[in-house]
Design a protein around this ligand. Structure first.
Ligand code: ADP
Length: 181
């Protein structure tokens, strides 16, 4: 069951599901700096979207941690894939929080530049990159809420959480943040 928060007429929602099935105009990929297809959500996006995504990403070549670049979405329902590179978690004191916030913010900027209304995110960095869910969730949600407040587009941001544990971590955090705001 989706959880929704409205902010100045714009919506942040949390759903449990698969990002490759989303019909938002863009989906965000948890990419790596070399933009080479890997495992996790990245592997799922490339498998379902087909080879054109990797071909376009290869032409771009590189994306520094904390940044985001755009390709088409191949056979996916979305029109664009925004490839964001979150940080690899070391000890939590090596600038990870700022880099993770930056990966979300830069992805949202790409969506704004393209004039998109809707974008879906996976939980960046919380798989192979080892970022603890409980630490990543408040950073992701605060960054998105702040951005929605300051921009007209995108007007819908959907976090697509893979598995009950990730959904619960984000849902509890969002409820807490919504109370505090
Ligand atoms: P990273 O390298 O940034 O940690 P991963 O792909 O390993 O990226 O994991 C990021 C998050 O995406 C994890 O929480 C993982 O459970 C989740 N995930 C994996 N597959 C999917 C999917 N198909 N849709 C949405 N989220 C997914």
């Amino acid at each position: 069951m989706p959880l929704r928060v409205k902010i100045d007429g714009k919506t942040l929602e949390l759903v449990s599901g698969d990002i490759t099935e989303q019909e938002t105009e863009a989906i965000v990929n948890a990419a790596n700096e070399r933009l080479i297809p890997g495992g996790g959500v990245d592997g799922a996006i490339h498998r379902k979207g087909g080879p054109s995504i990797a071909e376009e990403a290869h032409k771009i070549g590189h994306c520094p941690t904390g940044s985001a670049v755009v390709t088409g979405a191949g056979r996916l329902k979305a029109r664009y894939v925004i490839h964001a590179v979150g940080p690899i978690y070391r000890d939590g004191k090596s600038g990870e929080a700022e880099l993770l916030a930056s990966a979300y913010r830069e992805s949202l900027k790409r969506a704004t530049e393209l004039g998109l209304s809707s974008v879906a995110f996976p939980s960046l960095s919380t798989g192979a990159y080892g970022y603890p869910l409980e630490e990543a969730a408040p950073i992701a949600l605060t960054t998105i809420l702040d951005y929605l407040k300051e921009h007209e587009k995108p007007s819908l941001v959907r976090m697509v959480l893979w598995g009950e544990k990730a959904y619960q971590a984000y849902a509890e955090t969002l409820k807490r943040l919504a109370k505090e705001r």
